[in-house]
Design a protein around this ligand. Sequence first.
Ligand code: AMP
Length: 183
Amino acid sequence: MTRLIFLGPPGAGKGTQAKALADHWQIPHISTGDILRQALKEQTPLGIKAQSYMDKGELVPDHLVQAMVEERLKQPDTEPGWILDGFPRTVQQASFLEGLLQKLEQRGERVVNLDVPDDIVVGRLLERGRKDDNEDVIRRRLEVYRSETAPLIDYYSSKQQLLIVNGNQSLEEVTIELTKAIA
Ligand code: AMP
């Protein structure tokens, strides 16, 4: 049973690694960013509400993302495990998740922090060129990461749940280190 939470700044390679491991273990890769982008594309009520936040590099309000994650984790395909990518992003979300996993009897989760220096992250995001990746938005997303999400490193490390992996290596090297850390 693998239940894994990926932390790390935007551009750390969370999505790529999470996807590779989820394929390998045949468990769902749950990316809140992907779910929100899909909702936005389909202009669902959630997508319409989330759009202005995403366009500015701000976080979508906790209650919206939390409801979305709750719905997703209740699906039967999560039974053999899951990888969460991009959630939680605030201490409030982390504490919600803990209660939710308790309620769904899905505890035993581990948390990986993909550690990558700031300058490397900015370079990677600029190269990626997604719609929400222009320079102002990137700067804002990093600010939001530092103030809202980075505190989760201490939060999980004080609970002895945190594994730290050096994300500043080749894709293959990161996958190898991750696989070892999780084994
Ligand atoms: P990502 O693909 O994970 O970088 O997410 C893209 C955007 O979706 C973020 O900049 C946020 O606006 C929004 N988002 C994704 N996950 C969350 C979350 N857990 N909490 C709030 N907003 C989120």
